[in-house]
Structure formats: C-alpha cells, structure tokens
Write a protein that binds this ligand. Structure first.
Ligand SMILES: Cc1ncc(COP(=O)(O)O)c(C=O)c1O
Length: 388
C-alpha cells in the first residue's frame, strides 16, 4: 500500500502488542486491547486500594472525561453526552422517555437492526408502541426511501443503526433524519458499527440522540457505552428508567421522587461502571488523536483489498462494494463458512460469522496490508484441506 497517510498509521501498532500474536480482523466486534489499558486499570485499582471511599473524587469525573473523548470523535458539543454500560441500557433509557398515544405510537427501524435494539423496542408494544420494521430487499442494504415512507406523523422515533452490523451498509442518515424532523419524529442513531471507523458529525446530522459503545473500533472493551442528546432536547425528557445519578443532587439523598438534573446527567441511572471507563481510556484517546478521517482513508483501501480477495476466491460478497455505502467490515459467504471461521479463530486469525451474512472481517488502522494476504491464504489452506 503506497499511501503515506495509510502507512503512517502503522506507527500506532506498537501500542497494541497483542497484534503480534495473531491476525486481528475482528475490530467490528472486539477491538484489539491497547497495552495502556492495563496501566489504566491499575490506576483504578490503586485508587481503590489507597484512597478507599475518597477515590470517588477521582472516579466520578471519569464519566465526563470519557464523554469528552467520545465527543471529540463524533463532533458533539460539550455537555451533551453521558456514559452508560451498554447500548441496550441506553435504548431502554430512551424508550422510557416517550409516551405513545393512538395518534402517535409508531417506532420505525430497519429489519437489519442489531437484535438487542429490536428487543428493547418490541417490549414497548406493552406500553402501546407499534413497531414498523422496514425490510431489506437484498439482506444487505436498506432503501432510505422505504425508511422515509414508513416515517409519518404517527411516528414517535426511529431507532436506526448508522452502519448495519451484518452487512456494514452505511444508511443515508441525513435523508432519514430530514424526513423524521419534518414530521416531528426523533432519530436515535445507533453508531456502534460506525464510531471509530466511519466519520460522522452528530451535530451536523441533526439526530435527536446517538449512542454506541467502546467495545469495537474504539478498542475500549466492554462497559463504556455512551449517549448523545441534542442540546435543545436535554431537558425535554425525563426518563422513567432512571437512578440516583440522574438526580439534580445525588448526594442530598432526597426522597421519595426523582428530581432530575437539568444537565445531560438526567439520563444517568445508578452507579457508573468506573473500571470500564479507565479501561476504555487508551483506545478512545488513540482513536481521537489519530482522527477518524485518516482511519477511514486507510479503511477504504484495506476493505477494497479484502473485496478483491473475496472476488478472486469466488465467494459471495454480502457487504457493499461502493465506498459511500461501505462501513469498516467486509462480509462474505460460501458453503461451510461457519466451520472455516471457527478454525480460523482456533489458529488466531480472528474473525466472526453471522447467520444469513457469512464471515465478517474488519481491518483497522493497526492492520498491515500483508495480514490480509495471510488471512485469505490461511482460509484457502483450510478450505482445500491442506492447512495443517
Ligand atoms: C449496531 C449494534 N448495536 C448494539 C450492539 C450491542 O449492544 P450492547 O451494548 O447492548 O451489547 C452491537 C454489537 O454488539 C451492534 O453492532
């Protein structure tokens, strides 16, 4: 790969020593662990050990610090983000913000949404929601016009994914947002599959809410999910799924009813998962420092190289070819792909397999071009039965 920008990203590889013991093409599912995460978790532990209860004065500010790191990556204004533990919890918090009436009770999202998100919204049917799932014609893409057609004056919200997890298809968020706004519906953008690899600007997109986690391209491990709320909406909602950290004065221990904070902290629940915030620090920081544009530039070159391999081997490509529609991963299928995937993982060529999609692989900023050849070479060996 002759591109100097792309090559220069390999400077950061040394921060991920685990990469030297595997071929890591799984960042769409679990980003590689930065060595610094161990130091940061050690800092958390030392504070606990040396400061006991007074460690909270160090620990609690980590929520806003983590939120600030993510804000930089997604171009959110200060004071618009909080941290939670996972996207399911964030969605449950947001779902509890809405009321459904006979005139307005629709929840619209794509049929290819990540299941956990769907489970949360399907449960809202008990409170009167009517979920409308927009089908995919080809199992890979979602027609933005079909999404727009489903969104009408009866729509409460559109909890859609930015990049589809099973196909890496980038949805036309702006178009869908414009339609939602025109009818008074709220777009909740699940950015888990885009954050850290596809550039986006939540302010410019105009979404009402955005969320994601740190497990994947952010290389931050589990427990550090985030929620963005458009500034003018922060005080408009009072989530029923709540807790004492959402209170205007948690340490005043007021009873019995919630009195919400007038900041974005009103979307917090109970005690934050502090260790996860320490653990996620290094990955988020490295990504923010590199900048998503450079990461995306390299990702496009590398995913194209993967697509070339898929074509050469005659596999079925189940992710988009066009750059504008292509997220950070490449998905391909063939008979017996699940078994081959298992064997690749056994040999530390890390990838995954999803039903009705196939093998998913994702190069990241730390991936060497030759690792793609190693991966497909290994896959070929296993398939031909000569791969001992
Ligand atoms: C688009 C998307 N949303 C959500 C999740 C996960 O949600 P949670 O943080 O609740 O585990 C994933 C993957 O794990 C995902 O790909």
């Amino acid at each position: 790969m002759g591109d100097p920008i792309a090559d220069s990203l390999l400077e950061h590889r040394a921060k991920f020593p685990a990469l030297e013991k595997c071929v890591h093409l799984i960042s769409h599912s679990l980003g590689c662990v930065p060595a610094q995460a161990k130091e940061d978790l050690g800092e958390f532990f030392d504070l606990w050990q040396t400061k006991s209860i007074t460690a909270w004065s160090d620990w609690l500010p980590e929520v806003d610090k983590a939120a600030a790191r993510i804000s930089k990556i997604i171009s959110a204004q200060p004071g618009t983000m909080i941290m939670q533990q996972n996207v399911s919890g964030v969605m449950a918090t947001l779902a509890s913000c809405f009321e459904y009436t006979p005139e307005r009770n629709k929840v619209v999202y794509e049929a290819l949404q990540f299941p956990t998100v769907s489970y949360v919204w399907q449960a809202e049917a008990r409170r009167g929601a009517e979920c409308v799932l927009v089908p995919s014609a080809d199992g890979t893409t979602i027609d933005a016009d079909a999404m727009c057609a489903a969104i009408d004056e009866r729509t409460v919200c559109v909890p859609m994914s930015h990049v589809v997890f099973s196909s890496a298809y980038i949805q036309d968020v702006r178009k869908i947002c414009d339609k939602a706004r025109s009818v008074g519906a709220h777009v909740i953008l699940d950015c888990y599959q885009s954050v850290g690899t596809v550039p986006f600007d939540v302010t410019e997109l105009g979404v009402s809410f955005a969320c994601g986690g740190s497990v994947k391209y952010l290389c931050g491990g589990p427990g550090a999910a985030w929620l963005y709320v458009r500034p003018d909406l922060i005080e408009q909602f009072s989530p029923r799924v709540t807790g004492w950290f959402g209170n205007e004065a948690p340490f005043a221990f007021t009873m019995p009813a919630q009195s919400y904070a007038d900041t974005v902290w009103r979307y917090m629940g109970g005690t934050p998962a502090i260790a996860a915030l320490y653990q996620s620090r290094a990955g988020q920081q490295i990504i923010a420092d590199i900048g998503i544009r450079a990461i995306r530039e390299k990702s496009l070159v590398m995913t194209q190289a993967c697509i070339d391999w898929v074509d050469e081997l005659g596999f079925k490509l189940n992710s988009p070819r066009a750059e504008a529609q292509r997220g950070g991963s490449v998905v391909f299928d063939f008979v017996g792909a699940a078994d081959i995937c298992r064997e690749l993982n056994r040999r530390a060529f890390f990838c995954d397999h999803r039903p009705n999609a196939g093998i998913r692989i994702a190069p990241h900023f730390y991936t060497k071009r030759e690792e793609l050849d190693l991966f497909f070479g290994e896959l070929k060996k296993i398939r031909s039965g000569t791969g001992r």
